[in-house]
Design a binder for this molecule. Structure first.
Ligand SMILES: *Cc1c(COP(=O)(O)O)cnc(C)c1O
Length: 385
């Protein structure tokens, strides 16, 4: 039975009991090669970089979660980004959002720029700026929404239609929203990318990347690159991500509920200057968020009224339930300081220009009891006086 409900898809899409044993859980095919009956005569599996049955199931499941035809998994999110940009040739151009994941910014500007691909970074809430950055050499328009760490929302539909005017692909990094909150294919995205390390796996125990597409032509090129460049995940990790996905909808609901409570608490706190969370009606992109997202997620950033780096540092080492760590999207709450952690690769001048103040603190609100989370934050505020 095919369902359109994500609550059913997470458990059943692409997943069948194992035909040889009836095992309800997809087995971990921990093998590097497959025995052939005669040269070239095999069961569809030759070598594990190219195909693995555990990975196949995960790839099918992810494709259905995104409402797309194909899914491909990579050993990390950056492996997925790397493979995606390898679709391009020297002289090709990429227009990307300026409020970008630090690792994506780094691979664009230090690796691919060196190989003759040009990157332009623009504020994608300004459609006129996007329009003027796009030209006939533009092959990819790279969207990340909600953005990191300022939680701006980019209108995927508007950007993908600008990209399609010059036959460029619209790629959406959907890591922050997860397939539960938005399916960018509905707004015209050609490729959806994920760091499955975050919400998709959700248990802070795997790193993995994903690319989904509905285009036969793009899929064929990406699958060629996946096998050729070799950033493929192991079967144990595929199993863990499949297991994590089974509760994606339940986790996301609680992330969103807790996120709403924490955002409102911060908004009313006297030591807080700005709170960045797309659920506020006063958020500049609230209307777009309402249009393309199911809810507003568990990612929140805020700044301190005095914008003191020292106070921010003290706050970061004072919370107990919010663990100080890079990453996001796991069941446990995390706290981070973008300027010195995730966005350390971006020069300060560039960072401040993009609105990332020194005291900016980012929260990945987990699924603990809300009262405990608020009490933890309150104690940290007390510690900075
Ligand atoms: C973490 C992350 C990545 C990179 O993924 P890894 O799994 O860490 O390699 C890319 N984009 C976003 C938005 C991320 O949060």
């Amino acid at each position: 039975m095919k369902s359109n409900h994500i609550e059913t898809k997470v458990l059943h899409a692409g997943i069948e009991p194992d035909p040889s044993t009836g095992a309800i859980m997809t087995p971990i095919f921990q093998t590097s090669t497959y025995v052939q009956e005669a040269p070239g005569k095999h069961k569809g599996y030759e070598y594990a970089r190219t195909q693995n049955p555990t990975r196949d199931v995960l790839q099918k499941n992810l494709a259905e979660l995104e409402g797309m035809k194909y899914g491909l998994c990579f050993s990390t999110g950056m492996g997925a980004v790397d493979t995606c940009i390898k679709l391009l040739n020297p002289g090709d151009e990429v227009v990307a959002t300026n409020d970008l994941y630090g690792g994506s910014y780094r691979i664009f500007t230090t690796v691919f720029a060196r190989m003759g691909i040009k990157f332009t970074f623009v504020d994608m809430s300004d459609l006129a700026a996007v329009q003027s950055a796009i030209n006939s050499n533009t092959k990819i328009v790279w969207v990340e929404t909600p953005t990191n760490p300022l939680l701006r929302i980019i209108d995927i539909e508007a950007i993908s239609s600008l990209a399609h005017k010059v036959n460029a692909m619209c790629v959406v990094d959907n890591t922050f929203a997860s397939p539960y909150l938005q399916n960018p294919v509905n707004q015209g995205a050609d490729i959806v990318m994920h760091s499955a390390t975050k919400y998709i796996n959700g248990h802070s125990d795997v790193v993995m990347g994903v690319l989904c597409t509905s285009s036969d032509e793009i899929h064929e090129k990406l699958a060629f690159l996946q096998n050729t460049c070799g950033a493929t995940p192991g079967p144990q990790d595929c199993f863990l991500v499949l297991r994590g996905i089974k509760t994606l909808h339940v986790r996301m609901q609680r992330h969103c509920e807790n996120g709403r409570e924490v955002a409102n608490y911060l908004k009313n706190h006297s030591a807080v200057e700005d709170v960045y969370w797309p659920g506020f009606e006063s958020h500049p992109n609230h209307a777009v968020a309402k249009k393309q997202m199911l809810d507003f997620g568990g990612m929140i950033s805020f700044t301190l009224k005095n914008d003191s780096l020292d106070d921010a540092m003290k706050f970061l080492s004072s919370t107990k339930l919010f663990s100080l760590a890079e990453s996001l999207g796991g069941v446990e709450s995390l706290i981070g300081h973008p300027a010195s952690m995730t966005h350390g690769a971006i020069p300060r001048e560039e960072r401040i220009k993009n609105g990332l103040k020194d005291s900016l603190i980012r929260l990945s609100v987990g699924i603990e009891h809300i009262d405990d989370l608020l009490a933890d934050l309150e104690e940290a505020f007390i510690s900075i006086g």
